[in-house]
Design a protein around this ligand. Structure first.
Ligand code: ADP
Length: 269
């Protein structure tokens, strides 16, 4: 399919809701049109996955999402022979499908995957854009409307699990962070249905909780958790109970740290 005909007229209101923070939407579109792979860096729960599903819908391409984990092998991406009805048949994995059909393949938390996964990705990220399938003997060439997107969280990965320069330097990269307060308030209000004023108070609270990151906390409270908190409050759960279940317990198991977080919450509500 020629790229110019990709999703010429899309109604923004029908796309998965994504509030942009900077130039990330146009950079994504450029990367797609120039056939460049994209790396998204940023903390968990700050909107990376939502961004990719928004852009895939906007560009009118199917999205193949793979959440990486330490057991994920290249066969989980490319495919494998399976016994079906007494016959052995090759079944494409999500990466192969995205290459064959044209689509966006999103590997979430790519550093979690095993080493052989990056080996499969390399030929797809250079300008030949190839996917060799050793098991079937095929060499697939990615069509113009195939795009590879990977994400990782540089914050909590220890050194052994960061991306190797030889891999990361194959990608155009965008940094994500929690949205600025006004935008985050609008996101939380839109996602939860809680009135803007109350969402603004939650976003203020998030700023003081995020300031505790590093001292005792590995990760600051995410936009996702703020949405959870606001959703519970909108459903009638008392604020302090909602906050404990969404902004304290998921962040730490340490009683002292939890107490510190609760103090900040009491100071706001
Ligand atoms: P990540 O992939 O970075 O871990 P997600 O994309 O799953 O995070 O975001 C978590 C939730 O936060 C989303 O489901 C959505 O409710 C909300 N969110 C965060 N950022 C945005 C944004 N910019 N626009 C719309 N929703 C957002």
């Amino acid at each position: 399919m020629p790229l110019s005909s990709v999703a010429a007229h899309v109604d923004e209101r029908e796309l998965p809701f994504y509030e942009s923070v900077g130039n990330e939407c146009s950079m994504f579109e450029h990367a797609f049109r120039q056939r460049l792979p994209l790396l998204l860096k940023g903390p968990t729960g700050c909107g990376k996955t939502r961004f990719v599903s928004h852009m895939a819908a906007k560009l009118g391409r199917p999205l193949f999402t793979i959440s990486c984990h330490d057991d994920l092998t290249s066969a989980d991406l490319t495919g494998r022979y399976l016994l079906q009805g007494g016959e052995t048949r090759w079944v494409d994995g999500p990466l192969t499908r995205a290459v064959r059909e044209g689509g966006i393949c999103y590997l979430d938390e790519v550093v979690e995957a095993r080493k052989d996964v990056t080996v499969v990705l390399h030929p797809l990220t250079d300008d030949r854009r190839l996917l060799p399938l050793e098991r079937t003997g095929e060499l697939l060439e990615a069509p113009d409307d195939f795009m590879l997107v990977v994400s990782y969280n540089p914050g909590y990965q220890h050194i052994l699990k960061s991306l190797k320069p030889s891999t990361r330097q194959r990608f155009l990269a965008l940094s994500f962070d929690f949205p600025p307060p006004k935008i985050e308030r609008d996101i939380v209000a839109r996602e939860s249905g809680l009135p803007g004023e109350q969402c603004a108070a939650l976003v203020n609270l998030a700023a003081s909780l995020r300031a505790m990151k590093g001292q005792d906390l590995e990760e600051g409270v995410s936009t996702r958790l703020l949405v959870y908190c606001a959703t519970l409050i909108a459903a009638g759960v008392p604020i302090l109970e909602a906050a404990r279940a969404t902004l304290v317990e998921p962040l730490s198991d340490d009683a002292d740290v939890q107490e510190g977080l609760m103090e900040a919450i009491h100071a706001t509500f």
